[in-house]
Design a protein around this ligand. Structure first.
Ligand SMILES: Cc1ncc(C[n+]2csc(CCOP(=O)(O)OP(=O)(O)O)c2C)c(N)n1
Ligand SMILES: [Mg+2]
Length: 399
């Protein structure tokens, strides 16, 4: 009876829930045959239902899901908050230094502290970080001296000379490209039986790149050690998330790669941390990679190179996200536990300002990069055209 059903067009089905879809797939559609259609909308709805947003703290710092509250000590909770405040100050100071002409490239990070620092908090020093251009805070926490981060911002090659023990690559500017490199590193870790993972970040825009799909597909096929983040901050420069993809969540892009995908409130440090930690453990156990979408927002412009967000975002939208601020939420949570205070926060702010002042002074001491030096760094064996350019600039620089 079921075969007759699946082989003929004269009988058709409507199914509105997962059970009846399965019935249909099994060919048992005659049971519910009503009219000539497949309920494609229901198929979509069912997929979307598998990707709820994981949240531990609401915007007022109240615990809404005890199961997602991590086993962090009081010291660790304070350390995480300290790092988030540090990042907010770094964002503000970097913006000011850029405006003064003392820094070069800068992609603002304010708003994304939970997405960036609470995820990084779940990894170990021996895990390998492949950041995008906005992920400099994680890179510094992973071991890049602040001075080098500033040199990188200035386009100085010395900003890419990493300490031997730093397991990271420089920030990737080509969107999505770090995912492909991460897939390779993840496979390397797997082949060497390392109990470590690679962790990498792209944005909502980056998740539309071919590199994104190729990487998660490859990493999934080889069950490589990796945690892949999509920091969905709602915009790819001015392109809104709704125009980026018809997928209801970006996490569900994991399905086609055969790996778990999970969406988390990216303004909630505890949920981001817990999900990241569990994803890391799952991957290290040999199960393959995990895709994590963090729902977040950048308060500032795309970069400081001329973007004006008021042209594509409303004040209402900004205000709505400011209400969800990760620092406010975590501050309230910690204050209720007696772990944080205004004085403590002031202290962190002042210390960070001092740290930044010292690092920029150190960066200023590094001799400016000559164009010829820049060119010499491009190839191990220089092609003729580069040789000619080096000679041209050396002659100019010696005058
Ligand atoms: C392959 C590639 N295409 C285009 C660009 C130009 N570009 C730089 S950032 C960006 C938008 C990225 O948006 P998203 O991935 O959402 O990251 P966000 O900047 O929001 O963190 C684009 C198109 C690029 N860097 N690389
Ligand atoms: Mg984005």
């Amino acid at each position: 009876m079921s075969q007759k059903c699946s082989n003929t067009v004269s009988i058709s089905v409507i199914h509105t829930d997962r059970e009846s879809q399965k019935e249909f797939q099994r060919g048992k559609c005659d049971k519910m045959a009503k009219k000539k259609t497949i309920d494609f909308e229901a198929l979509l709805k069912d997929i979307n239902a598998d990707f709820p947003t994981y949240q531990a703290l609401d915007k007022d710092g109240n615990v809404v899901n005890e199961a997602l509250v991590p086993d962090l000590s009081d010291e660790e909770l304070v350390e995480l908050m300290t790092q988030m405040v540090w990042s907010r100050v770094l964002n503000e100071r970097s913006t000011a230094l850029n405006r003064q002409g003392r820094l070069g490239f800068f992609a603002p990070t304010a708003g994304q502290e939970a997405s960036q620092l609470a995820s990084h908090f779940a990894f170990e020093k021996e895990d390998v970080l492949l950041p995008g251009y906005r992920d400099v805070p994680q890179l510094i926490r992973h071991g890049l001296p602040l001075k080098e981060a500033f040199l990188w911002s200035r386009g100085h090659v010395a900003g890419n000379f990493y300490p031997e023990e730093l397991k990271a690559l420089p920030p990737q500017i080509i969107i999505g490209a770090q995912y492909v490199q991460a897939a390779g590193v993840a496979l390397g870790l797997k082949k060497r039986n390392k109990k470590n993972v690679v962790f990498t970040y792209t944005g909502d825009g980056g998740s539309s790149q071919g590199d994104f799909y190729e990487a998660i597909n490859f990493a999934g096929a080889y069950k490589a050690n990796g945690v892949f983040y999509i920091q969905n901050n709602g915009f790819a420069i001015s392109t809104p998330r709704e125009q980026q993809s018809a997928a209801a969540t970006l996490a569900q892009k994991a399905v086609a790669a055969g790996i778990p995908g999970i969406q988390v409130d990216g303004m909630d440090p505890l949920a981001v941390y817990t999900v990241s930690k569990l994803a890391r453990e799952w991957s290290i156990a040999g199960n393959g990679p995990v895709l994590i979408e963090t729902l977040t927002y950048r308060y500032g412009p795309h970069t400081l190179s001329g973007d004006d967000p008021t042209r594509y975002r409303s004040k209402d939208m900004d205000d709505e996200w400011l209400q969800k601020d990760p620092l406010i939420r975590f501050r309230k949570y910690l204050e209720a536990k007696g772990l944080w205070s205004e004085e403590k926060e002031e202290q962190v702010i002042e210390q960070t300002k001092e740290e930044i002042k010292a690092a920029i002074a150190e960066a200023d001491k590094v001799p400016k990069q000559k164009v010829s030096d820049f060119l010499k760094n491009m190839f191990e064996v220089q092609p003729q055209s580069i040789k000619e350019q080096i000679a041209f600039y050396e002659a100019k620089e010696s005058k």
